[in-house]
Design a protein around this ligand. Structure first.
Ligand code: SF4
Ligand code: SF4
Ligand code: SF4
Length: 325
């Protein structure tokens, strides 16, 4: 069993009593990042895994086309770390999911998850999904045919975890601790990255490398429009050929559609095959929204995001009367 006994019992009860029709959460996979798992029977609960390595993009499976068409998935219980409850809040505020179809099993005391790319760089010989133990400020990694290796936590944490300021779920129906609460070390707190202020030359170099695979769009739980402007042929807003001009148009459309909604979860960056610094863009966007509108996405399930609000008294708004419209 890979989840604590009390949580295991709770998930089985939810399924056997019919309170939910399935449970969505992380599981071990064939690679070091794990995978998302949908348990439809109590027996399938066995596969869930809460190791700091099991950090597959779970929430995208709530808003994907397949999920929205599959009524047999709802109501659904979700195993959610604190940052994931922030994303759930944002999805609720947009009515992308309904509260009465969602049972949130919050995972408290989160100290962060491991970036599988950093792990691969540090231990290229690693295969499959290794065992991970947390010992103070160190991760102890034990892979197949390998002696255990100790690596300082701050060398492996996902960038989104550095500087994370929510260690408890923002809301939940039930909550379970991930581990005994442990204070964040000074080393982790110090490495919180600031949003970048790089100029156009830097971003032009980055956008030029984009191969327009759209993996970043497909990985984002908030990119769920059924009719995405990027897929349209008439009119074709962004030509399909890869060039700095077209890539920039794509990135600007993506960023603007997500401004005020993006929760800086970093899943887009994790999905990018050419390692574009997309979390840097997301953090910059988040900073601008806070400074300009005092808005922080995902903290209010009733909230409206600034780019969707029209205020007829806006002093900078269009004066329709003056224009005779
Ligand atoms: S961002 Fe925060 S809540 Fe999310 S996995 Fe990292 S430390 Fe945990
Ligand atoms: S960080 Fe990326 S994947 Fe996450 S919400 Fe923002 S745009 Fe979407
Ligand atoms: S995932 Fe990376 S390469 Fe693919 S479209 Fe997004 S930014 Fe470009």
């Amino acid at each position: 069993m890979s989840v604590p006994a009390a949580l295991d019992r709770h998930l089985r009860d939810l399924l056997s009593s019919g309170q939910v029709r399935c449970v969505l959460g992380p599981a071990a996979g064939c690679g070091p990042r794990g995978t998302a798992h949908l348990a439809r029977t109590p027996e399938a609960v066995d596969r869930f895994e809460l190791s700091p390595l099991a950090c597959a993009n779970v929430l995208v499976h709530l808003t994907s086309e397949e999920a929205r068409r599959d009524d047999a998935r709802r109501p659904v219980a979700v195993l959610a770390r604190p940052c994931e409850t922030r994303m759930l809040n944002q999805l609720l505020s947009e009515r992308a999911i309904e509260r009465d179809e969602l049972h949130v099993v919050g995972l408290g005391g989160c100290r962060g998850v491991i970036d599988s790319r950093k792990l691969r760089e540090r231990l290229p010989e690693l295969r499959g999904f290794p065992e991970v133990r947390e010992e103070g400020d160190t991760f102890v990694i034990e892979g197949e045919g390998m002696e255990p290796v100790s690596v300082p936590r701050n060398e492996l944490l996902l960038d989104r975890c550095s500087g994370c300021d929510i260690s408890e779920p923002l809301f939940h129906d039930h909550t379970f601790p991930l581990a005994d609460a442990a204070p964040t070390s000074a080393a982790e707190a110090e490495c919180a990255p600031e949003p970048s202020d790089e100029g156009w030359d830097y971003w032009a170099d980055q956008f030029e490398r984009c191969i327009r695979c759209y993996a970043c769009r497909d990985a984002c739980p908030l990119c769920y429009c059924e009719d995405c402007v990027l897929d349209r042929l008439r009119p074709m807003w962004v030509p399909r050929s890869v060039s700095l001009k077209n890539n920039t148009a794509y990135q600007l459309i993506r960023v603007l559609h997500l401004s005020g909604r993006c929760t800086a979860c970093g899943e887009c960056e994790q999905a990018c095959p050419v390692d574009l610094p997309l979390l840097t863009l997301a953090r910059k966007m988040e900073q601008e929204m806070r400074e300009l509108y005092g808005a922080r996405s995902g903290f209010d399930p009733e909230g409206r995001h600034p780019m969707s609000v029209f205020d007829p008294n806006d002093p900078e708004g269009t004066d329709f009367e003056e224009q005779g419209r």
